[in-house]
Design a protein around this ligand. Structure first.
Ligand SMILES: *Cc1c(COP(=O)(O)O)cnc(C)c1O
Length: 376
């Protein structure tokens, strides 16, 4: 085993694809790679809610939801998330990965088909691949190809897409997808992990911004570890959908419930998301500042209006090297390489937070400009 695995690891190194973990100390660097878009992970009110709940509930939930792990805190959060998303009900999952895998598997039977955007998050792709249904991928946001694939399919059809794409920052054409789903009697599932908290007047994500109801997007997924600043995930939709998941989503049934104190902390962060609109406004102004500055400096940003602003590098070695150079300059920016993104599409994935300052963005732009000039 040792020699075989060691050879595989060596091959990753030779391709510039070896991944290593960095111990993060963001006291000394400015963090431009977190998904904590609103700066809630270290918010005092959220932390206080967490501590208070830990005193009451303890740390672990002790069991799965269906055994004896479902607390008042979980239940209240589910009701608030249902109201927040304008759906009948919401169901908490322990992680977004599990929400996606469990939901797709619970909804599809032998002979059904699932259709996924090629750039979907790995958890959605894994959900489709591990299901008994036929698994089909369409080129990124290519509605023509999707329609073709749908026309040739029998059984129940499920279309699955990211809302805001996690490595590209662009958004799915949800109005069009909802229309196609209706025409072809397909179900539509949207994973808005990066839209919740950030998009929409109240932070209700892409479906709020585009005014899409439960009829348009019947299966809506959100994560709590990004803009919410906590941990976990949820599915929102009809009473019937949620009951179906409770009966048959294996990643819901056979796992320990989230710690209730996390649920209480999330209730506090949900209130902040809704009421502290300045966080979204500030985030938008930082994004605009960065995009305008990058355009003036001819930096090859990928098209995105979200807090995910990828700078295309191409070569995996160069992306890693630039990430190290940025670290030396005091900025934490991660290099994203294959297989997370397609071959020759390595990039620096720069993300913004409402807690950044305009001066941070200006210094980042200066540094990126300097590194680019060294290169060319
Ligand atoms: C982060 C993410 C997930 C996974 O959520 P976790 O709670 O981290 O497991 C799923 N989908 C998308 C689009 C994501 O960005």
């Amino acid at each position: 085993m040792e020699s075989k695995l060691a050879a595989q690891l060596e091959s990753l190194k030779l391709q510039g694809l070896y991944r290593s973990r960095r111990i993060i100390d963001d006291k000394t660097v400015v963090n431009f790679c977190s998904n904590d878009y609103l700066g809630l992970a270290k918010n005092e009110t959220v932390i206080a809610a967490f501590k208070k709940a830990a005193d009451i509930y303890g740390v672990g939930s002790g069991s799965a939801h269906l055994i004896c792990g479902h607390s008042y805190a979980h239940h209240a959060l589910e009701e608030e998330l249902a109201q927040f998303t304008g759906r009948e009900r919401a169901l908490l999952f322990s992680t977004g990965y599990m929400a996606n895998v469990g939901t797709i598997n619970a909804l599809l039977k032998q002979g059904d088909s699932v259709f996924e955007d090629k750039l979907n998050h790995a958890s959605l792709l894994d959900g489709g691949l591990s299901s008994v249904a036929h698994f089909k991928r369409y080129p990124h946001a290519d509605l023509k190809q999707l329609e073709k694939l749908l026309t040739g399919a029998n059984g129940q059809k499920l279309i699955v897409t990211d809302g805001v794409f996690s490595m590209d920052g662009d958004v799915a054409p949800l109005h069009e997808l909802a229309k196609i789903a209706t025409q072809k009697s397909a179900w539509l599932m949207v994973d808005d992990a990066h839209g919740f908290g950030v998009l929409g007047k109240m932070g209700g994500g892409l479906v709020e911004e585009l005014n899409l109801t439960q009829n348009d997007v019947p299966i809506l997924m959100g994560t709590l570890g990004k803009a919410f600043g906590t941990f976990g995930a949820f599915i929102a939709g009809s009473e019937t959908l949620i009951e179906t998941l409770i009966q048959s989503a294996r990643t819901y049934i056979y796992t320990t419930a989230l710690p209730p104190a996390i649920a209480e902390a999330t209730r506090a962060s949900l209130k902040i998301i809704i009421h502290e609109t300045w966080r979204r406004e500030k985030l938008q102004s930082l994004i605009t500042q960065f995009k305008t500055g990058a355009a003036q400096l001819n930096l090859p940003l990928m098209p995105s209006d979200s807090p995910i602003q990828p700078l295309l590098i191409g070569d995996s070695f160069r992306a890693t090297q630039m990430s190290e150079q940025l670290l030396n300059a005091g900025f934490l920016v991660s290099a994203i390489r294959p297989p997370t993104v397609p071959k020759n599409k390595a990039r620096l994935r720069i993300t913004f937070s409402a807690l950044h300052e305009s001066e941070d963005v200006a210094r980042l732009l200066e540094t990126l400009h300097r590194l680019y000039k060294l290169e060319n």
